[in-house]
Write a protein that binds this ligand. Sequence first.
Ligand SMILES: [Zn+2]
Ligand SMILES: [Zn+2]
Length: 379
Amino acid sequence: MADKRDYYEVLGVQKGASDDEIKKAYRVNAKKYHPDLHPGDKTCEEHFKEVNEAYEVLSDKEKRARYDQFGHAGVDPNFGAGAGGGSPFGQGIDIDDIFSSFFGGFGGRRSNNANAPMRGSDVETSIYISFEESAKGCKKTVSYNCISTCGECHGTGAQAGTQPKTCSACGGSGRVTINQRTPFGVVQTQRTCDACHGKGKIIDNPCKKCGGTGKQRKNKTIDVTIPAGIKDQQILNVGGRGNAGNNNGPAGDLHVYVNVRPHPVFERRGDDVWCDLPLTFSQAALGTDVVVPTLDGKVTYTVREGTQPGDVFKLKGRGIEHLNGRGKGDQYVRVTVEVPKNLSSKQKDLLRQFENATNDKNYAQRNSFFDKIKKMFNE
Ligand SMILES: [Zn+2]
Ligand SMILES: [Zn+2]
């Protein structure tokens, strides 16, 4: 008892704090230390209990008055009773109850009633598809693990031919109310039933397949339709294919993370497709018909005479389908020019002849560049 922290200090409020301030501080602290957010963290769990205990006392006018007057001893059920040991006040507080009253339960998983239907949790899996598949859409078989209802006992947990019995200790509610007599009156607390561990049911002959849990971990496969236009890292939600719910509650969802493999030639920008097209110097200079790869196969494009490196031409409607199904993006083709290497002496001779035959008219960009330089140096 001596090492107990001051309740006001636990909640981080002043001694004279208003009810609202206490409530606010409680919510902040309870959220901060909630075990769901820190699974397996004992320190957080202790903090969480401490916060609940403090709130249990400070939110109650009578208890708070006694606490203010006598400290922790004033709210100890054994105070003045002369009984050694015993439980400090607050041990019987049921975390679930406090939480469902404040937050409506975390994610709907907590409930006051052991028999209330609860939705199963969501599960995740991921798939890899090709660039083309993302552009055109596809069907894929996805495999994943999830908890499903046991096929043997159909979720009851009892061996075939037997039924679970309603727990007599709690009448099936999964909770028991404990009345503790104190010098200040009867204090009523609720806690999870020990006999059935909160399930509200007792199974005498557990199902051999699932060990009485009514659930089985299964590997499942499902066919999913991937819509055309889906992007890398997008998530497909498949309703009702997640973990099975409790007490006939609905199953959770399946989230399919879609990974799109990069393409060796195409690059996606929005719903447009970009690619480079390497031309030879002569092709670019003379113009030519070239074969361009698109998502719909090869198309022929006429490159005009005098095409420059970096020039971009557009193939309308050759891009990726919009995810909403209305139309498509375009394809953009960026011209690069490859300078020939490993030339033979004959080729070199021809190029020199060509070079000697060129004039200013052939190189507009080059001329304008050197004109600018002349101006810079006042030449
Ligand atoms: Zn079973
Ligand atoms: Zn029970």
